[in-house]
Structure formats: C-alpha cells, structure tokens
Design a protein around this ligand. Structure first.
Ligand SMILES: [Zn+2]
Length: 1033
C-alpha cells in the first residue's frame, strides 16, 4: 500500500496508521472539479451571504398574530394553523435547546424512556451474538416471528419489550499463520459486561475465524490491502467470462469453506428489525439535542419539537468530538445528509410559512443566521443572543415580545421559528434577483426526433404521454391551475422551436440551423399556459411523429439543445426545467460534439478515472450557465450503445436535475417504467433557482459539499433546482474547540422560488451534542449516514484518483475507526477479538457493498456508461436511497401470508439464503428481480403467473399479470409498496434459477463473493479485523 501516495496526493489524502501515536493526517477528498469555477454567476449577491435587509425597520406593526403564518403552501391566511402541535403548558421548564417538555400525550412514550429502552435493547442485542441468525429461517420455512412490519402499524405504540439474554461470544484466536484452516471456533463463553458507566461502549464482540490457507496466500496483509478489490485474476480463472451455468457453480466460490458461521456475524437484517421492534410505529419527537433518530428503514411518526426531522437532515454522528484532535483520532466523518425538500407523509405536519411582510425574516446582524429555537432572548425580550456566533442583537421593534418567568417569549409556541426545527419564510424583494419578484418557472420539453427514435415509436410514445401528464403540472395547493408555462422543441442536427400560442389554429415551427450559436427565434408563443393553449399543443403533439416520419437523420446535437432551452428561459426571465429525451452520442458538428472514447483497456489502470470525467469542458461551462439562470436539466436517455453518460449526464447532475437511463429501450418491455418516471418527475415537489447556505455554531464549519450542486465560492451552494428526492451531503471540520454545554448547532437555509413563483426561505435547524469522550461519539453514530457520506466522497474522488487508492482508503478508514474504538472505548479483552461499536455493527458489511459497487470495482458485464450513471445517481441520494442501493432488500415470497398487509421480513443478501423451493423478490431502488427456484411450488406459480409450471413462465415481462387470487394481489401490492417511496421506477426482471440472467441477479447478493472480484462479507470482516490488529500493534 503506497502510504506515501496518500500524504502526497492532496485530493484524496489519507490517514496514517498508528492510532494514538501520531494523529493521523485527516482524510480530505478535496475536489478540484467544480469548486474552482470562474465567477460571474448571476445570483443575487445579498441575502444569504451578505447584509440582511433593512437595518432600519419600520416601527410597530402590530405583533404578529396567527395571520402571520399558515400552512405551507397557503399564503398567510387568517385561520390559525390546524396541525401545529398544541403548546405545552406554559409553566413547563425546559432548557433553551430543548424547549419542549416531554410530550404531554400520555400514549407517547417519553423520550427518556424510549431512549433507555432502545439503549437497553441494543445493549442486549449487541451481547446476544447468537441471535444474529434469527432473521434467516431455513428456506422453505416462514420467517421467524418478526415484529410485523411497522408500515402498517397503528400510531403510537409502546416499545416492545426485548427479551434477550446477555451474553457474548468469544471466538477463537486471531487469524495468524499458525491457525490452519482446520481450527474451529471455541464454544461461546458467556461473560457479561454489566455495570457499564454512562459513556462506556456497548459492544458486540466477534472474532473471525482462522483464515483458510488460500486466503492467507492471496493476501489480506496490509501491504496487499490494495489487492482487496481488484484481485480479479483468480476470480476470472474460476469463472471465465461467460455464465457458469449449473447449480454447482451457483453454490458459490468453490470450497473455500468459511470457518466463520455467517449467522454469527452482524446481520443488517437483524439490526433493521431490532430498530423496528423498538422504535417502529411510535412518535419520534425531536425535542432534545443530539438524539439519534430511528433508522431510515424504520417507520415512525416524526414530530418536530425544535429540531429538523430526520427526513430532512441525518448525521453521521449526533455527538461531535470537542476537539479536532479527537476527530482525527477517531476518523469518523462529521457530516450531515440534507434533503431540504424531503416528502413528508400525510400524517406529519407540513412546514409552516412565516410571513413578516416587508420586514422580512429576523436575522443575526453578524452571522446572518435566521431566527430559530437556538436564539436566546435576554433583557426582558429586548435583545437576543445568537446561538451560532454569540452576537447580542437588538430585537426589531415589530418582533418584540415579553418573556415569561423562565426567560422564554410569551409567543414561543405561536411562532414556528421559535419552537420548530423546520419552517419557511416568505422572502422579501431583497432576496429576489434584481429585487423583483420572480416569474413562475417554465417546463420545456425537448425531443430527439432522429431516425431511430421515430422508428422505434419513442417519439410517438412521448407525445401521447405528454398530452396526459401536462394535465398534472404541479401547482400551489391553493391555486386552481398551475402557474408553470410550457414550451416544445424537437431536434436532430438542427433545432425546431414551436409557436403554440393559444390564438393559433395550427402550431408554427421555426428551425434554427446555426447550432454553433443558438438563439431563440421566437419569444411570444413559445412558453405558454397549458390550459390556454391546450388545443394547439395537442395538435402539435399529434403532428410531431408525422412531421419527422420520413426523416433519415441519424446525427444529433446535444449541448446546443440545452443551450437553446436555457436561452429561452433567460429570455422569458424565469427559472425552469428542461425535459430532454435523447438517444445517441451527439456526433453532429456542434459545440459539445462527442466521440466514442469507451476504452476498456483503461480499466484497472491509473487512467480509469478518465472514463468518469467529461470528454470536453463544454458541458461543465454549460452547467455553470444553467445554474446561473435557474435552468434545471432532466435527461431521459435511451441508449442502444455507448453515449458517454459521463459527459451527457454532467449538466443534469450539476443542475439538480435527474438522469434516467433505459438501455436498449423496447416499447413493450420498458415503456411503463419510462412513463412512470416521466409522470413522477413532472409532478414531484421542486424548488427552483436555489441557494443553500449552511451556518454552524462556533468551533466548526462546513468544508465540503456533495450533491447536484454548483459552487462558485466556499459557502454558497447553488442549485438550479432541488426536488424532494435530492440530498446534499455536507462535511464539517473543526476550526476550534467545541463546548459540551453549548453543543454543535447547524442551520441550513435554502432560498428558492416555488412552482407558483414565490420567493421563499426554507430553514432547517439541528442541534447536536459535543463530548470529550470518544465513547459518546461512537454511541451516537449512524451507519446508514456514514455509508452515504463514504459513497459520495469516494465517488467524487473517482474523478481524480485511481480506484485502487480509493478502495484502500475506504478499507483503512474503516479499520481506523474501529481500531480507535477498540483502543479507547472497549472494555479490556484479548487483543485478538474483533469488537465493533453497537452503532457500527453493520459498517463492515455496508462498506464491503460500497467497495464492490461497479463504480469502484469494474465488472465485465457492466458498461462504462452504466458505471458513470450509477456514480452520478449516488451523488444526489438521500440516506434511505443509498441504504437500499448498497444493501438491497430481499424478501421471501413463497412464505407470504396473504392475509397480512405487512411486508415479509427481509433476509440477508446471500445465495445461501435462497432455496430451490423458494421465490424471492429483490429490490435496490433501480432494479427489481423476482427470482424463482427450480422447485417453486406450482400453486404459487399458478397464483402469480397463471401458468401451470415453472417451465411455462414467460420471463419476457416487466409487470406481473393481474391474476384474481390472493397470491397475485399480495405480491403486486408488495411490489407497489416497495416502489412507492422511491425516486426511480424499478424495472422488474423475472429470473429463473439456473438460467442465464441469473448472473445479473447474483451480483446483488452482496454478502457473497463477487463473480469478478469483491470479497464476501465474511472475508471482508476478516480483512478489516486484520487491519485493526495491525493498527493496534
Ligand atoms: Zn449570529
């Protein structure tokens, strides 16, 4: 392992080993890619970063009454909010950062009791190693009585009692050359770790088995850490190119029989189910600082009581180390995954809208933080101290209110910005471009009408569908019709603009042949109100497929298409979104012209990163222009061969758009998936022309950002648009000491334009704990958020660093985090034991999934475009999506209880969990597979497919037939539930055991060794353990 390389290479530098000896050089992935873009953006310079509007405020508007805030989506209306949680008793005493006393509703468990129960359960679970297998019934049997899936559980429900026996398992000595493959685990001994003092860790103790001789030979020694991953030679020898075929091979890598029982190592399923059992179906109130929320896989009702819902912000840890030395020692990334527009279920309160009229939001004079629960009112309410920078500010006269006997404003519970973690402000003109209200956004549909798209019917399909989906353009809740205007462009080598003004009898086409410098040939009649121009638009959509029916044009342009859309929005002075439907590599002579540069020879070389970089800088500067004008680009790609996704996808990625890709699009197989995506994308909640700013309390700050964003400076995160599925991951670093008593505060402010054309600020606040005890830090970690961070930082680094180096860094950092815990937090035990903190029990398995992802580890069946595509997708994922993406959900279907509406309990993603008699459904957010064992029960096959036997099943289908029986209904319901919350429509593939497509399916069994490299979970755990031992020595 080239240790030197890390230190010498700034962009993805890495820690040095030696915990506690010399503080490691803290990893920083740095990114030259877009951060250094030239200035010249046309964003408003002021509100988010610069001076607050109006130092001199008008005197005495009457104190804000209920009319000053209403439900989000409604303008300040006269009625008081209906779903605002009722104010607790006025006399309840609470500290400033936990303004709420525990909920007065008796059916809700108090936060304290929830915490302790959870903690106890985790503790017991952590010690009860043998329970890890319990989620995995032998094939053919029903899943062991898990808690019913919380999805369908009723509201508040007390935590279920955990009945477990403390105990821990001590496994045999560490992997050394002395331990031959024959060494067997010692029987479990029981020793209790009770009476742990507060900060003491909750441990799960494992010890890997002796490594088989072969494994020792091929190497997990630290020197060869680099060979973890790409050591495909062996794999390829065993599994040459093609599909191995028979069941024998499917049984997995031959006979490296693991001595470690997979059931004895931490199971992601068990962790997920335990959290569901203890926290599912309950109300989670955000009333205390630093509390770790339920896992993303647990359904609960979230009640905002002063901190942003975890639906909006999730952190890698909810307790920051007090000093940077501690942070460097632990190497746990300090990061927040922020999804500012996250969808909130209907049983939770939507954001309130605060309107201070011309006064605008109240902000700290020094740091410009917005009024929030972290501001401390003093001097009888005349002044307040900012929780972020400690500046003492005068309360503006219009905002004055008296304090009660505990120093809290009398209107505390009437004002969202004083009592809630999340809320919105109506922005004043100071927050608008050129100080004038924005125009509502526009959607422009841009269809590639080259030969192949006409020929395969795609153009006709799109045009037909648009007629329906345009009826559902998003609108403000209180509005009758959508304010969004629409426009249409078709293109191949040239561009065709259409005039669809409502008074025309026929649409008019204007052709722009100068693609070198695109101009917009018409203003009036290009962007129109759909309802007004409906007949002209329908006329146009009917005509387009005919118009180009005889076209033989194969060549297309691409950059000029985006340019045209952006210019049209610019001319109309509005933000908006381009929907581009494109199929081919743009080879026509024009800016952004691309050549086929897909070079498999670069794989596994230091130049592999080139495959992920755009081919030309045209797209980068185009993206910058788009962001500057609030132009978001969403791209629907239908490639039949290499189209250079790394180049074409750059603008969608950097403008907050979405890239959808349908390989070898076939009308009968793929149109449903595409149409679902199109509908969903048009209708989804979205904010335009956004700037996000993260403010923090003193002692730390946001240093790095990952997502569909563009940055011209180090603080303003610019987004042409941001929708409900996009998340930005933010990394924090210390710049001073943090104090345990004041904690670490984060405020995320997003200034944006609504679909109705209103300028607003969306504020999310979160308070974290700080501690000088490493154990506190480890106790408050969230593995799902950690993996989101690691994935994004690694996928960003892919552009600049050899993949091998990145994989090494990930492995090392994993080992480092765990070694630091072992050294500083775990109770004394044999050096050979692997001890994982409770909060990171499944970090190794998830990390291994990340390492095996095709972005970091190439596989012959995955194209360059697919890798670039997955890289871009992950960059904007929220925590729930990245969790599912890296560790797919695998559900047994043959044991379905058709009387239950709950999802069956998932099983671990491993071949060994499947059975010939079983049927299993696998989903990862992009793909869905229904795997059928060769001996699947005929009655189930009949029930699901309406055919008599396995052999009769037609795998050439992407939706299941509607067969009128409970199996069919239940399975289809499960599929729709899994699909429901996900941003991408998953294509269903039917896979029969021992048939060719099974190879693709097997790549999703992420606990197994990969066909073309990539360790099994067991092997990886051994590898990590060995690294830890090395570090501790
Ligand atoms: Zn301040």
């Amino acid at each position: 392992m080239s240790q030197q390389g890390y230190v010498a290479t700034p962009p993805y530098s890495q820690s040095q080993p030696g915990i506690g000896l010399s503080p490691p050089h803290y990893g920083h992935y740095g990114d030259p890619s877009h951060a250094g873009s030239p200035p010249g953006m046309m964003k408003p310079a002021g509100p988010l970063g610069a001076a607050a509007p109006g130092g001199m405020l008008p005197q005495g508007p009457s104190p804000p009454g209920p009319q000053q805030f209403g439900q989000n989506g409604a303008h300040a209306q006269g009625h008081p909010p209906q779903r605002f949680p009722g104010p607790p008793p006025v006399n309840s005493v609470a500290p400033s950062y936990a303004p709420y006393s525990p909920s007065t509703q008796s059916s809700y468990p108090s936060p304290a009791s929830t915490a302790s129960v959870t903690q106890m359960a985790s503790q017991l679970n952590a010690m009860h190693i043998n329970s890890y297998g319990s989620g995995m019934a032998p094939p053919g049997q029903g899943p062991p009585g898990p808690p019913s899936a919380p999805l369908f559980q009723g509201l508040p429900r007390p935590p279920q009692p955990s009945i477990m026996q403390p105990g821990s398992q001590v496994l045999p000595p560490p992997p050394t050359a002395l331990n031959g493959p024959g060494a067997s685990p010692l029987p479990p001994s029981t020793h209790r770790q009770d009476g742990l003092p507060g900060p003491a860790p909750l441990n799960a103790q494992y010890q890997p088995p002796p490594l088989p001789g072969q494994t020792l030979g091929t190497g997990y020694s630290p020197q060869q850490a680099g060979s973890y991953g790409p050591q495909m030679a062996g794999g390829q020898l065993s599994y040459p190119g093609g599909f191995p075929g028979g069941p024998a091979q499917l049984a997995g890598p031959p006979q490296l029989q693991k001595k470690l029982d997979p059931d004895s190592i931490p199971s992601p399923i068990q962790v997920i189910e335990n959290d569901r059992a203890t926290r599912g179906g309950q109300v989670y109130a955000t009333n205390s600082r630093g509390q770790v929320p339920p896992l993303v896989t647990t359904d609960c009702v979230i009640q905002d009581q002063g901190n942003a819902s975890p639906r909006y912000i999730r952190c890698t840890t909810y307790c920051f180390p007090c000093t940077s030395d501690m942070a460097k020692q632990a190497q746990i990334p300090l990061a927040a995954v922020i999804k500012p527009f996250a969808t909130i279920p209907s049983n939770e309160t939507p954001l309130y809208l605060v309107n201070h009229g011309e006064n605008g939001p109240v902000r700290c004079n020094r740091c410009k933080a917005y009024m929030c629960p972290f501001m401390q009112f003093i001097e009888g309410g005349r002044r307040y101290q900012c929780g972020f920078c400690n500046c003492v500010n005068d309360v503006p006269p219009f905002y004055f209110q008296h304090l009660d006997h505990i120093g809290r404003r009398l209107d505390h519970y009437e004002k969202p910005e004083l009592s809630l973690g999340s809320y919105e402000y109506v922005a004043t003109l100071d927050y608008c471009r050129k100080n004038k209200p924005p125009n509502p956004p526009a959607f422009i549909f841009m269809i590639d009408v080259s030969y192949s798209n006409i020929k395969n019917g795609l153009v006709k399909l799109i045009c037909e569908e648009l007629k329906t989906v345009l009826e559902n353009l998003p609108k403000e809740e209180q509005e009758e019709t959508s304010a969004i205007r629409v426009g249409f462009i078709t293109y191949n080598k040239v561009l065709h603009f259409f005039n669809v003004k409502s008074n025309l009898a026929q649409p008019q086409m204007m052709v722009v042949t100068d693609v070198g410098e695109v101009f917009v040939p018409l203003l009036d009649g290009f962007l129109v109100n759909y309802q007004e121009s409906q007949s002209v638009i329908h006329n146009l959509l009917d005509q387009i497929p005919e118009m180009f029916a005889d076209s033989n044009e194969n060549e297309t342009v691409f950059a000029p298409v985006i340019q045209a859309g952006m210019e049209a929005l610019k001319a109309a002075d509005c933000p908006g979104k381009l929907f581009i439907f494109h199929s081919s590599l743009p080879t026509a002579e024009a800016p952004g012209k691309l050549k086929n540069r897909d070079d498999k020879k670069l794989i596994n070389t230091d130049k592999e990163k080139i495959l992920f970089q755009p081919q030309t800088n045209v797209y980068d500067s185009l993206a910058k222009d788009c962001v500057a004008h609030g132009c978001c680009v969403t791209l629907f790609l239908f490639p039949s061969q290499y189209v250079d996704v790394a180049s074409l996808g750059l603008v969608p990625q950097l403008t907050g758009g979405t890239l959808y890709k349908y390989n070898n699009f076939q009308m009968h197989m793929d149109s449903q998936q595409f149409l679902n995506d199109l509908r969903n994308d048009i209708e989804k909640k979205i904010g335009f022309d956004a700037i996000m700013r993260i403010r923090t309390s003193t002692g730390f700050r946001a240093t790095d950002f990952f997502g569909g964003i563009f940055m011209n400076n180090t603080t303003d995160v610019e987004m042409a648009a941001i929708d409900c599925d996009k998340a930005v991951t933010v990394e924090f670093k210390h710049d001073d000491k943090l104090a345990e008593d004041s904690g670490a505060l984060i405020q995320c402010a997003v200034l944006y334009t609504t679909i109705g054309g209103q300028r607003r600020l969306r504020i999310h606040n979160l308070s974290l704990n700080c501690s000088s005890q490493l154990a506190d830090l480890y106790k408050s970690c969230e593995t799902d958020a950690l993996i989101n961070f690691f994935a994004k930082s690694a996928f960003k680094a892919v552009l600049h660093q050899p993949l091998k180096v990145i994989r090494e860094i990930l492995v090392n950092q994993t080992a480092h985090m765990l070694a630091c815990y072992r050294k500083n937090c775990a109770s004394p035990s044999a050096a050979s034991q692997l001890i994982l903190p409770d909060s990171m029990k499944v970090l190794p398995v998830y990390m291994n999934c990340l390492l095996k992802n095709c972005v970091l580890l190439s596989r012959p069946e995955i194209s360059t475009d697919e890798r670039a595509y997955q890289r871009q997708l992950v960059m904007t994922m929220g925590v729930a999506d990245s969790q599912l993406f890296f560790y797919p959900q695998l559900l047994p279907i043959h044991t379905l209880d058709v009387k239950s509406t709950a999802l069956p309990t998932a099983i671990r993603c491993s071949e060994s969990r499947l059975s010939e008699e079983g049927i299993f459904l696998l989903a990862n957010g992009l793909n869905m597979f229904l795997w059928l064992g060769v001996s699947s029960p005929p009655e189930l096959i009949q029930g699901i497919f309406n055919v008599p036997s396995f052999a009769h099943i037609n795998t050439d289908m992407t939706t299941l037939p509607e067969v009128g029986n409970p199996y069919s209904q239940t399975l289809r319901m499960i599929i729709s539930i899994i699909q429901q919350k996900r941003p991408y429509s998953m294509k269903l593939t039917i896979v029969k055991q021992r048939e060719q497509p099974e190879m693709v399916f097997r790549q999703f069994l992420v606990e197994d060794k990969g066909l073309y490299g990539g360790s099994s979970y067991v092997d990886f755990l051994c590898c990590v353990h060995k690294e830890i031992c090395q570090l501790l020595n």
